[in-house]
Each structure stands twice: as structure tokens, then as C-alpha cells.
Ligand binder design. Structure first.
Ligand code: FES
Length: 168
């Protein structure tokens, strides 16, 4: 590792996006705040009615827009306010992780957790752990590499390929 690279890593402050459900995890994060618990300020929280509403495309977009890590968190199994939203989310994200791995995203950058409205302390733990983990990994590069690859393969576009795309 060069001195320059080591310095870059040392100075690096990860950008983390947290997609959370409003009923449990958002309330838990709020509890951590009102209880004046200390945790890294690297996390930008985006709330949804339920984790079942969090489209995997939001995660891809977050990485594409420069997030270094993503957290998805909602009610514990059995506590979802829409009955089974979190079960649907869990199934969807299990499949989605495989896709992310396939396209070259290090899965340590993406974390799923259950945090209830009463678990301010757990919110602090989850956020701190993910921030430290991503900080140690350095800036997210994988998805940028993928974007370049897309540009490159776009140049290889042929009339046959275009015709095939249009037929979809
Ligand atoms: Fe929290 Fe569904 S309402 S996960």
C-alpha cells in the first residue's frame, strides 16, 4: 500500500444510506437520538412505510449515486405492521444479494437487520459496526467498475443487438 493510498484510506469517511421502516427501525433510531446515544454521523436515513416497500433498485441506485454502504432495517419477524412485509423483503433481498455478488459488489457493504422501536442501543450497534466495516474497506469501487463496463459494452452495440433489445 502506498503512502498516498494509506492516507486516502485514513481520511476516508464512508457514506452510508439506511433504508428503514417507519414503525420499528426509524422509531428505534429516533429513540437513540432522543436518548443522546452517540453513533457515527455517516448514515443518511431514508424511511419507508415498511421494508416490503423497499425496492432492490433503490439499493442499486444508492451504490450508483456514491454510497459506500447500504443498510436495510425493519421490524423483527412477526412484528411487521403490514403482517408479512418484512418476510417478503427478506426473501427478495436474499435473492438480490446473489445478484449483487454476481455483478461484483462486496456483500459486506450491504447489511440487513431487524431493529424495533425499543432498540435504540441496537440501532447504535448496527450503524457503528457497518460504518467501521465500510471504513476499513475503503471507498466503493466495484459498482463504478461495472458502470465503466456498461459504457464499454455499449460501444460494442451492433444493429442485431439493438434489434433484439427493441424486440424485448
Ligand atoms: Fe416495519 Fe413492515 S412495518 S417491516
Amino acid at each position: 500500500m502506498t503512502v498516498h493510498h494509506a492516507k486516502q484510506k485514513h481520511d476516508f469517511e464512508p457514506k452510508i444510506i439506511a433504508f428503514v421502516c417507519t414503525w420499528c427501525t426509524y422509531a428505534g433510531a429516533d429513540l437513540a437520538g432522543t436518548s443522546r446515544m452517540q453513533y457515527p454521523t455517516n448514515v443518511r436515513v431514508v424511511k419507508f412505510p415498511c421494508t416490503g416497500r423497499i425496492d432492490p433498485v433503490f439499493i442499486l441506485k444508492a451504490f450508483q449515486q456514491g454510497a459506500d454502504g447500504v443498510l436495510v432495517s425493519g421490524c423483527h419477524p412477526g412484528d411487521c405492521h403490514y403482517m408479512a412485509g418484512n418476510f417478503h423483503a427478506r426473501r427478495r433481498f436474499a435473492a438480490f444479494r446473489k445478484l449483487l455478488e454476481f455483478i461484483g459488489v462486496d456483500l459486506q457493504r450491504l447489511q440487513f437487520s431487524w431493529v424495533s422501536a425499543a432498540e435504540g442501543g441496537k440501532w447504535v450497534e448496527v450503524v457503528t459496526e457497518l460504518t467501521e466495516q465500510v471504513r476499513a474497506m475503503g471507498p466503493m469501487q466495484e459498482f463504478k467498475a461495472l458502470a465503466l463496463e456498461e459504457q464499454w459494452s455499449g460501444r460494442l452495440d451492433t444493429p442485431e443487438l439493438q434489434e433484439a433489445y427493441q424486440a424485448i
